[in-house]
Design a protein around this ligand. Structure first.
Ligand code: TTP
Ligand code: MG
Ligand code: MG
Length: 470
């Protein structure tokens, strides 16, 4: 392919109302009339690119725009355009789940303490949110995506990868297919999304982010590394504040700086992560979450739930009730995935943020709340120093599909518990997560975070998706 300027490396469709849009890639295209795709390329050029790219992998990454906030707006249109924060009341101790674009202009973002959000933007409308609605809309989006490709993988509640390789006959070239998908999502859910298109999941994900809000961006085949070069290293998923800082110390600020270094150098400084970084800088799906085929069933490596108390507490009954509830939630996820855990881990965070984790390996793997809870209780009794606790977590790991042999007596007990738990799971399916609790005295509101790493991000096993809460 001849040398190109960055502006030729990507196609950008904007559906924003402004007349002109620009992207950091240097692409600057006139906005189409509402609802129509306009490409700066002539059809012939498009066809040429399409022919070159026909054999190549074609990955879409779709991410809903301001998802929780947008669902709230559907039910209450007066929220539109206003600073809105979903996650709780401003005086609560939790964190922001989602912020509207208007709130983001004040510096509010996800995962920021609600109190900080309130300080930055006191006029914002603070909402507790409706987790079941978000799940329902996520399911609707998933149903639409499945019409576009048999290989769809939800990567979180509001985003998915689609392998669109070889779908040109059915849906047309990438931009046209993405446009069709974008329209379908808008028409059938009333929600905006953004779509990135590329030859790798990594680049498609970065492209959907660059396309926001409400846009489509196609990084042309073979142009990935050149398109990435001018972006900040922090755009690479997995490069957080710490890596960014360490890279800056080595004078590496842009993805292009990273791509110029040789792998040995990066490996010396960052170990295996350095090698993955080198691959990512070239636009490859190198390492961690990006390995593997889209839609391939992969079991989670661990399943965990955490709870942050509204107020730090040293009250044993409260702490024990929370541990019982967390064990139930982990047990439920294990059963949903058809997995048994051999290792359970307790996480304890004290008022001063000192955090300990203590694990125990079970003689027999299990998916039963009662057994998980017994181990967690024992760990808690042994390691809690009686000081006030801020956060508790329960994690199950060393997950396996089959369970080992049980003695006959154990088998009978197990069967009894299984019946009880199956009934409870069914009730929760119908009436929501808090409908049944084997843990007594749980009259305080429960705000948990769920993690299933790395494969089991919500929706990874799309057919058995879990309810998650903000
Ligand atoms: P994101 O896709 O990260 O954010 P978003 O959809 O709100 O905004 P954007 O347009 O930038 O994509 O997350 C999707 C939803 O997941 C978000 O609406 C709320 C929830 N969420 C949390 O609950 N906690 C978090 O820390 C994050 C990042 C998201
Ligand atoms: Mg989103
Ligand atoms: Mg997302």
């Amino acid at each position: 392919m001849p040398a190109q300027t960055t502006s030729e490396l990507a196609e950008h469709i904007t559906k924003r109302p402004q007349s002109v849009t620009s992207s950091k890639s240097g692409v600057c295209k006139r906005a189409p009339p509402p609802g129509r795709v306009v490409s700066a390329r002539s059809l012939r050029e498009d066809e040429a690119v399409e022919t070159a790219g026909r054999q190549a992998r074609c990955i879409f990454h779709l991410d809903m725009d301001a998802f929780f906030v947008s669902v709230e707006e559907l039910f209450n249109p007066s929220l539109k355009g206003k600073p809105v924060v979903v996650g709780g009341r401003p005086n609560q101790r939790g964190v922001v789940a989602a912020a509207s674009y208007a709130a983001r202009r004040f510096g509010v973002h996800s995962a920021m303490p609600l109190r900080t959000a309130y300080r930055l933007c006191p006029q914002a409308i603070f909402l507790e949110g409706h987790p079941r609605r978000y799940r329902e809309y996520s399911d609707r989006v998933y149903a639409i995506l499945q019409r576009f490709s048999p290989k769809v993988e939800m990567a979180s509640i509001d985003e998915a990868y689609l392998d669109m390789t070889g779908t040109a006959k059915l849906h047309g070239p990438p931009l046209a297919a993405a446009h069709k998908l974008h329209e379908a999502v808008k028409r059938e859910t009333g929600l905006n999304c953004s779509i990135g298109i590329a030859g790798s999941r990594l680049v498609a994900k970065i492209a959907s982010d660059q396309a926001k809000p409400n846009g489509i961006l196609w990084v042309l085949p073979g142009c990935e590394s050149r398109w990435l070069a001018p972006l900040d290293v922090s755009k690479i998923p997995g490069v957080g504040k710490v890596t960014e800082q360490r890279l800056a110390e080595l004078n590496i600020r842009k993805v292009g700086d990273l791509a110029r270094l040789d792998e040995d150098y990066l490996e010396r400084h960052f170990g295996r992560w350095g090698l993955a970084l080198a691959g990512k800088a070239r636009g490859e799906d190198a390492g961690a979450w990006f390995d593997g085929e889209i839609g391939a069933e992969e079991d989670p490596k661990s399943i965990s739930h955490e709870h942050t108390f509204d107020q730090d507490t040293a009250d044993r009954a409260t702490l024990e009730a929370a541990l019982a509830r967390l064990s139930e939630m982990v047990g439920r996820r294990l059963r949903e995935h058809g997995l048994h855990a051999r290792t359970v881990q307790l996480k304890l965070r004290y008022s001063d943020f000192r955090t300990i984790t203590r694990a125990r390996t079970l003689p027999q793997s299990t998916d039963l709340d009662t057994e998980l809870h017994a181990e967690i209780r024992a760990l808690f009794d042994r390691h809690w120093n009686r000081r006030p606790v801020r956060l508790l977590g329960v994690q199950a790991s060393s997950l396996e599909r089959a369970q080992g042999q049980l003695s006959l007596l154990e088998h009978e007990q197990e069967q009894r518990w299984r019946k009880v738990l199956e009934a409870a799971d069914q009730i929760r399916d119908r009436y929501g997560e808090s409908a049944v609790s084997l843990a007594a005295a749980m009259n305080w509101s429960f705000r948990e975070r769920a993690h299933e790493n790395p494969a089991g991000l919500p929706g990874k096993r799309a057919d058995k998706r879990n309810s998650d809460k903000p």
